[in-house]
Design a binder for this molecule. Structure first.
Ligand code: AMP
Length: 211
């Protein structure tokens, strides 16, 4: 099963991906996490990506397409995968098609921008494994410690309110056209992303059962 989670930054894609990897055993491919790891390691890709990420803009398509192509060729993706935060532009989606990647469902987590801005203010992310938490709605068991790997939880620099507004603008301009792209292909499924993580997950499960 090849899935895409679509939705604005802060819509809860990462949280749903965490549920899905546990429930379905599929590997998650988060370009945001891959880029943050590259920045941490100081690789050439990381150095190039940093300037885009810190200002809330998109990393160029060629860089992303290269990363995804490389990741999808790995053995663990043979029986399916979940794409989180990619594709984010029409050229990225077209590159997947050109590479022969079939998508069973593009699941859109739908919610208003105001709610996203509130959520982003409380988001905390593990610097080691990328798992995401929220100080009120999804707190870790121990303060500032990741439940999954024991890594430290921090606030991402690009989660500050000004950068979040920029990221939402970029989302509406560059990523939202993908909703029509997958609708035209009969692959779009919309779930209400304003609910609790568990309620949203129940809706995602309903979609997957229909496939
Ligand atoms: P995310 O963790 O998915 O919110 O991604 C964080 C940042 O990484 C984004 O704001 C972009 O700057 C960059 N990024 C991640 N995935 C992509 C992508 N598919 N295309 C372009 N830029 C991306």
């Amino acid at each position: 099963m090849n899935l895409i989670l679509l939705g604005a930054p802060g819509a809860g894609k990462g949280t749903q991906v965490d549920f899905l990897t546990k429930e379905r055993g599929l590997p998650a491919i988060s370009t945001g996490n891959i880029l943050r790891a590259a920045i941490k390691e100081g690789t050439p890709t990381g150095l190039e990506a940093q300037k885009y990420i810190s200002s809330g803009r998109l990393v160029p398509d060629e860089v992303i397409i290269g990363i995804v192509r490389e990741r999808l060729s790995q053995k663990d993706c043979e029986n399916g995968f979940i794409l989180d935060g990619v594709p984010r532009t029409i050229p990225q989606a077209e590159a997947l098609e050109k590479a022969g990647v079939e998508i069973d469902a593009a699941i859109l987590l739908d919610l208003p921008d105001e709610l996203i801005e509130q959520r982003m203010a409380g988001r905390r992310t593990c610097i080691d494994c990328g798992a995401s938490y929220h100080v009120i709605t999804r707190p870790p068991k121990a303060e500032n410690i990741c439940d999954e790997c024991g890594g430290e939880l921090t606030r991402r620099k690009d989660d500050d309110p000004e950068t979040v507004r920029m990221r939402l603008k970029v989302y509406h301009e560059e990523t939202e056209p993908l909703v029509d792209f997958y609708k035209q292909r009969g692959r779009l499924f919309v779930v209400d992303g304003s609910r609790s993580p568990e309620e949203t997950n129940a809706q995602v499960q309903e979609v997957l059962e229909k496939l």
